[in-house]
Each structure stands twice: as C-alpha cells, then as structure tokens.
Design a protein around this ligand. Structure first.
Ligand SMILES: *Cc1c(COP(=O)(O)O)cnc(C)c1O
Length: 228
C-alpha cells in the first residue's frame, strides 16, 4: 500500500501530464482532496505532503474533523447534497460549496453567511447525464438559476460542478466534461471555475478545462462506508 504522501505525488504527476497534454498551465488546476469517511489523521498526512484544500460530503463528519484540525491553515469545501435545514453551518464553516443546485439553497447560504467572512464561493451542480438519482439542476434550469444566484450579496458564483455517469470510455468522459464547459460558456457570466474530474477521470476533465479536480480514492485509498 502506498502512503498518502506517495499518492499525492502520483496524482500531482497525473495532473501535470494531463495539463501538458492539453497545453494548460498546471497552476490553473487545483487539487481538492476529498477526505470524506477518512480520519483527521489522514488529512494531517495530506497536509504535510502539501495539500491545502479539502472537501467533505457529510456535514456532521466535516464539522468534527474541522474542530480536530483547527490549528492547520486548511481551506474547506462542501461537495455533498445539501438539505435546506443544514445551510447555516455550511455557510459558517466552509469557504466553497460545489453542490448548490437550487435557488432556495443559494438564498439561505447568502443570508446565513457571517458578515465577518468573505463571500462564500459557489459552484452550481449540473446533472449532465440526466440520471434521476443524481443531484444537480438540469441544463435547462441552469441559466435562470445562475443569473438569480449572481444577484445574491454574500456569495460569489464561481462556476459549475458535475459528477457524470461513470464510464471507462475516455471519449464519453470527455464528452460529459465538454458539455459542462460549453454550458458555462453559454451563460456568458464572469466565471472562472469548472469543478470536474475524480480519481478515475481527472485526465479527461483536465483536457476539457477543469480548474478543480476532486480526488478521494487515488489519495486516501478505497472508502469503507460500513466502518464509519
Ligand atoms: C466522493 C466524491 C469525490 C471523490 O471521488 P473519488 O472517485 O474517490 O476520487 C469527488 N466528488 C464528489 C462530489 C464526491 O462525492
């Protein structure tokens, strides 16, 4: 088994090679370490190996880890489904939220963002593959949602996020990510973020313009949900 530090180095090589292959500056691609189900000790190890941005899906688990790790200068991102009665702690304890898919959630995050903090960075999650089970707004809903979100005072709309239907076919992977990029361009807003690509498809995402890749398994190993 590799250590987290070794895994971070390997993922760094994959990001650099993918950036090079599409003539992109690798400084424009951020590594988001997805630490869901992993203990605070794993986050510490990743931090020691250079990771600074961490993403969590489950609010309670995230808040507990944040308390344990309060001494470290980490940037926390929320990437999980959001219930409207949980928006306040999310607005208070994260710098980014990648999984906003309806106006009500954005309105609550804006209203509940503490005044002493900078605006909350938001990505709108889009359901590219139209899977009934997945979160995300539809491509048809996106323009009205995006324009409404830009009007809210305490959040900054940075871009779009997607979790495409898993596939091993690099062409299909790229097609889904290209779709997100095209949707973002068609909004004609001042957006700088595409949150797309995970452990198995980061190369395709970078080829299509990803600025955050969200990597869990390739850094921390497989997740064991039953153990948590
Ligand atoms: C768990 C998760 C990831 C990480 O997936 P891996 O395949 O483990 O890299 C990325 N994004 C979201 C939204 C997730 O829930």
């Amino acid at each position: 088994m590799s250590t987290i530090a070794e895994n971070i180095a390997k993922v760094g090589v994959r990001i650099r090679e993918a950036a090079q292959a599409s003539q992109r500056d690798c400084a424009s691609i951020g590594l988001l370490a997805v630490s869901k189900t992993k203990p605070a000790a794993a986050v510490r190890e990743a931090f020691a190996a250079g990771a600074r941005d961490f993403a969590e899906n489950y609010l309670q688990e995230a808040l507990e880890k944040q308390i344990e790790l309060v001494a470290l200068p980490l940037t926390w991102h929320f990437i999980g489904p959001i219930q409207s009665n949980k928006t306040k702690p999310i607005a208070e304890h994260f710098a980014w939220v990648h999984s906003v898919d309806r106006l009500k959630i954005a309105e609550r995050l804006s209203a509940q963002r503490p005044a002493h903090l900078p605006p909350l960075n938001i990505c709108l999650q889009v359901n590219i593959s139209a899977e009934a089970s997945k979160a995300g707004c539809t491509p048809e809903e996106l323009p009205a949602l995006a324009h409404a979100v830009t009007q809210l005072p305490n959040i900054t709309l940075r871009g779009l996020m997607t979790i495409p239907e898993p596939t091993d076919d690099p062409q299909q992977q790229r097609a889904a990510f290209a779709r997100l990029r095209e949707l973002q361009v068609s909004l004609n807003l001042d957006l700088d973020t595409l949150s797309m690509g995970m452990s198995d498809d980061l190369e395709a995402a970078i080829a299509e313009g990803a600025t955050w890749v969200r990597i869990g398994t390739a850094l921390f190993g497989a997740r064991n949900y039953s153990a948590t």
